[in-house]
Design a protein. Sequence first.
Length: 131
Amino acid sequence: MANKVIFFDGVCNLCSGFVQFIIKQDKKQQFSFAALQSKYAQEALKSYDLNTSELQSVVFITNNRVYTKSDAAIEIAKQLGGLWYLLSGLKIFPLSFRNWVYDFIGKNRYKWFGKTDSCMVPSETLKSRFL
């Protein structure tokens, strides 16, 4: 598995927008991506006892450590560096509160942002970053 992999809901417009945002900010091209609906995600996440059909969260794996929900978003921002690192300050809030906010947005993401019938297809220049 690649060193820093972000697994995301490939049919969610919010999630796909998040991936596009990370790609633009990731000047070092350190992150790879995989839709939760992909065979790669199903196999890779099995070894971490994560079932992709039950996940309602972005999952970030780096150095064999798994981050989900708000922890994943904060860790990704932290590793982006620069001013994004400041978002790691959100850890001052209790995990239960951060994940409640995350889950509230997650439950409404299709209603607020919509969804597509199929996962996003990366451009030729980005294909190498998608697993």
